[in-house]
Design a protein around this ligand. Structure first.
Ligand SMILES: *Cc1c(COP(=O)(O)O)cnc(C)c1O
Length: 439
């Protein structure tokens, strides 16, 4: 399998090259050159995430030097479950809990797969022992930095530098970004998220840094984060289809569209996925595009569902590569926008209705479900995709439900670790100096 850039101006590359590069050299995103069609019978007997992953991802790594190691990669990455939990009594509404990983958000799936794959890709490609250390630079507004730090923590030959905006992440998130130590270095930047991202982008094109380190990005446009996200849709859809003969519909809290494009890809290669609804906060570039046909990226607006505060979703490029015409996109997905007030209302309401505490992101999906016409609900199976554990956002959720939320064990463990972090000015010179001090 070869991967091509969505912008069509870069040479095609193998799976390993696409993952190691992140972004294509023409600024586009890597997508498969052709689409495998996997007959459902190929999945007979496969039920666990690693089992489904190995079958589903096999054509995507075909011909790459790491292909024989796919089994090891997926067993290492998918070492926690993605349970489908019933919400109502007749089984028509369930929640897919993607928050049972080390940092309690779905980004653990992508980050862990990327780390497991990258370790093996590098081991295959470095033919001498004196390879430069890999330095993964991450600018984060919250969840990504924690998931990437957790996935790469204590991996030999890899340094991770996490940049986050001072005072602009929640106390719980800051804790998760700074509790690692060892090969993970956290920088509290006196600036906005955009400043963090700008400094990281400048670092990637800086000749001096490139000479000292092999720089890599672990952000969500990396193919190695997207592909593994298709796996939980495959496993869930297979389980529902085998049990009921029906294809489940998904409602996905969306920001940069990585999670939803993964679901579209799963359906594209033949898995029994029904309708796909994207739930956005008031950053509504995608819902507006579907309504008007005009693609108008814009600056992001801060909301309660902060991990979805994306004004210009990068993975739109992948969606439009698959469906060049807006009419085709409309056929593939639908999208809606949810306000902060509606998020708050939905958290309170659904705790009363179902006894479930949603995180603010998951609440956007629950709100989109609540708006469905009864004809859409009748005789169909709907799955709310829960992208984070509510305890990660207890500052918001607890007052709304009037109850304490129990920390999952994985998060509690992180909270007992000592914190270490350095302050950083938002400039390339400051970052370069800081990286120079790292052993
Ligand atoms: C990143 C994130 C999202 C948005 O996912 P995308 O793949 O960017 O669309 C939603 N919820 C949570 C909790 C997240 O961390």
């Amino acid at each position: 399998m070869k991967y091509i850039s969505t912008r069509g101006q870069a040479p095609s590359v193998s799976f390993g090259e696409a993952v190691a590069r992140g972004l294509a050299p023409d600024g586009g995103l890597y997508v498969p050159e052709s689409w495998p069609e996997i007959p459902l019978s190929d999945f007979d007997g496969a039920t666990t995430l690693p089992e489904v992953a190995e079958i589903m991802l096999r054509p995507f790594v075909k011909g790459d030097p790491v292909a024989p190691l796919l089994g090891d990669i997926v067993r290492e990455a998918f070492n926690f479950p993605a349970p489908l939990v019933p919400v109502n009594t007749d089984g028509s509404l369930s929640v897919l809990e993607l928050f049972h990983g080390p940092t309690a958000a779905f980004k653990d799936f992508g980050a862990r797969f990327l780390a497991a794959a990258l370790a093996r890709i590098r081991a295959r490609s470095s033919n001498s022992g004196d390879a430069k250390p890999l330095n993964i630079l991450v600018a984060t507004s919250g969840d990504t930095g924690g998931a990437v730090a957790a996935a790469f923590h204590q991996r030999p030959g890899v340094l991770v530098s996490v940049l986050f905006p001072k005072g602009l992440v929640s106390p719980t998130q800051e804790r998760q970004l700074t509790c690692w130590g060892d090969n993970v270095h956290s920088y509290r930047v006196s600036g906005s998220f955009d400043d963090c991202q700008r400094v990281v982008k400048e670092a990637f094109v800086d000749a001096d840094l490139r000479q000292r380190f092999e720089l890599s990005s672990a952000n969500s446009i990396n193919l190695g984060r997207l592909l593994p996200q298709a796996v939980y849709y495959a496993a869930t859809s297979l389980a529902v289809f085998r049990a009921t003969g029906e294809k489940p519909n998904y409602i996905i809290p969306s920001g940069n569209l990585g999670n939803s494009v993964a679901c579209v890809w799963a359906r594209k290669i033949g898995l029994p996925v029904g309708r796909i609804l994207l739930a956005h906060n008031i950053n509504r570039a995608v819902p507006d595009y579907l309504a008007t046909g005009n693609w108008l990226p814009r600056p992001s607006i801060a909301t309660l569902a902060s991990a979805m505060d994306v004004g210009s979703p990068s993975n739109m490029e992948r969606l439009r590569a698959l469906f060049p015409d807006v009419a085709q996109v409309r056929e593939a997905v639908q999208a809606a926008s949810v306000t902060d007030e509606q998020i708050r209302h939905r958290i309170t309401e659904d705790f009363r209705n179902y006894g479930k505490a949603w995180c603010p992101h998951t609440a956007t999906a629950a709100e989109v479900y609540a708006r469905l016409a009864s004809a859409d609900r009748l005789g169909q199976r709907w799955v709310l995709v829960s992208t984070a554990h509510p305890a990660k956002f207890h500052e918001i959720v607890q007052p709304l439900i009037g109850q304490r939320i129990e920390m999952p064990e994985s998060l509690a463990k992180l909270f007992s670790r000592p914190v270490s972090c350095a302050d950083l000015e938002p400039s390339l010179a400051a970052l370069s100096g800081a990286l120079g001090k790292v052993k």
